[in-house]
Write a protein of this length. Structure first.
Length: 500
């Protein structure tokens, strides 16, 4: 029996237009700047030709996608066909699906449509993205993919049946936004824009060269450093405000619900996202907090699966996978409860943290010796005897690094879980269940061999946070730990990457 392919919604053409515009954003900017700079030198016919070509480049791919794309569920597989000239047929076994994500941009929400992203263990991004379906089609498809009985979608019934296990307040979302700063991101975007030749020419033409020459003749002692300091403070204040606003917009109405061994994450003010993942598919749990968040007693929690938990793969181009965030803000009092939710088989309430070897201090010092010598010798040409100060400073930095690592790095074996904690200004915890471990490695650098130290690395099938490491253990202890977790992994029943 041949599979019956379903066509995506006709309004997918409208959905695809903004995506095509984003792909051609740089081209559109360059053409626009050139038209603006030339002004009257270009005839109206040339301008119309530019716009027509850009319009065709945007519209044609959207039309081709609608007429060539289709999906079907046949004999335990999800089939997806695409392409007109080059035809593609992708087969995804239903029992290999790791995560199912719903994505709605503001345009999706206005049109009542949704993108469905399906992730397997093949990589950190979505193996398939079906765009766009109605809410009814999307929920029926998700039920079919997860092995549930498809039923008519009702927002009222769904709201009644859902069990909310985590929902931050607006104040908590604003708090995590205030604990971060987007100033460096804004600065990188500005420099990236100025890297384009048309914008370089426009920017430098806008600067008064006489003003630059006059400023260059002003002695350094007469420069207004308070003005520059005020500008820097204003720039970071803008980045702080942008961080608060962007965090609020992104994680507005954030909630996590749990049903039948699966958790669903939903959030977003303008763009709305939903992710569904079985609890037993979680490979690792990661918690992090920067120094401001430590002062506020909040942190962020991430869970990693064999899929990407939110990535996207389209036209065979894998987008950069972001960290699989589970909770944007988590109070210290809530951490144990969320750990029990994400890793219900294990008791992680009171891990017995152990130190790494004290020899890690000397290992850092010895590792920094040769680089310090090389940098000092290079700096002799410019600094003369000041190169000795460079050497002393670099060695002091290596000693400080070794001391801080010895004082902060911790590890534990608790309920068959490998737990690590590292970091000073930014602290991070990793929790890797032994039955999720796919490989165990013992490695030694030349400096570690001198001090009889080793690094134990346990790898899971997670797309991100794949490896959990314990650096600078005594060799005998490293072998013991690696052997124990290798045996736990061999006995584990969850090693196979089966899906829903």
């Amino acid at each position: 029996m041949n599979p019956v392919f379903h066509r995506i919604h006709p309004l997918t053409i409208v959905i695809e237009l903004p995506r095509a515009l984003r792909q051609l954003f740089v081209v559109i900017l360059i053409v626009g700047v050139q038209i603006f700079q030339r002004g009257s030198t270009d005839s109206e016919t040339q301008v119309e030709l530019y716009l027509s070509l850009l319009g065709l480049a945007v519209v044609i791919p959207a039309l081709l996608r609608y007429f060539s794309y289709g999906y079907a569920i046949h004999q335990g597989n999800l089939l997806i066909k695409s392409g007109i000239i080059t035809k593609n047929l992708r087969t995804i076994p239903l029992d290999r699906i790791q995560n199912i994500n719903f994505k709605r941009t503001l345009l999706h929400r206005l049109l009542g449509l949704v993108d469905v992203q399906i992730e397997t263990a093949a990589g950190g991004a979505a193996e398939a993205a079906i765009s766009a379906l109605t809410d009814e089609q999307a929920h029926v498809l998700r039920a079919q993919l997860t092995g549930e009985r498809p039923r008519s979608y009702s927002p009222v019934l769904e709201a009644r049946d859902k069990k909310i296990v985590y929902k931050p307040t607006i104040w908590e979302i604003l708090l995590v936004g205030a604990s971060e700063n987007r100033a460096l991101t804004i600065l990188a975007a500005i420099f990236g824009l100025l890297a384009l030749p048309p914008f370089q020419q426009t920017f430098f033409n806008a600067i008064d060269r006489d003003t630059i020459r006059t400023a260059a003749r002003v002695p350094a002692q007469q420069q207004n450093w308070m003005l520059w300091g005020g500008l820097m403070l204003a720039f970071f204040a803008i980045g702080w405000v942008v961080s608060i606003v962007s965090t609020f917009v992104k994680y507005f109405d954030f909630e996590i619900t749990e049903k039948d061994g699966k958790i669903k994450r939903a959030y977003g003010l303008f763009n709305h996202f939903e992710n569904t993942v079985p609890l037993r598919r979680i490979q690792t749990v990661h918690v992090s907090q920067n120094f401001v968040q430590r002062w506020l007693n909040i942190s962020k929690m991430y869970v990693a699966t064999a899929g990407g938990f939110g990535g996207e793969k389209r036209n065979e181009e894998v987008q950069i996978q972001t960290a699989p965030l589970l909770t944007p803000v988590l109070r210290e009092s809530e951490r144990d409860r969320m750990m029990r939710l994400t890793l219900p088989k294990y008791d992680l309430s009171a891990p017995e943290w152990r130190e790494v070897s004290k020899s890690t201090f000397w290992r850092h010092l010895r590792s920094g010796f040769l680089p310090s010598v090389a940098i000092s010798l290079i700096s002799v040409y410019w600094l003369k005897w000041g190169a000795a100060g460079v050497f002393v400073g670099l060695m002091a930095l290596a000693a400080f690094s070794g001391y801080i690592y010895w004082r902060t790095a911790r590890w534990a074996q608790v309920s068959g879980v490998l737990a690590t904690r590292v970091g000073w200004l930014k602290r991070q915890w990793n929790f890797l269940p032994g039955d999720k471990i796919q490989a165990v490695t013992i490695s030694q650098t030349p400096t570690q061999r001198v001090f009889k130290l080793a690094t134990v690395t346990c790898s899971s099938a997670a797309a991100t946070f794949q490896s959990t490491e314990i650096d600078d253990l005594p060799v005998d202890e490293a072998v013991r730990v690696a052997t124990e977790f290798h045996e736990v992994s061999a006995r584990g029943r969850d090693s196979l990457l089966d899906g829903f």
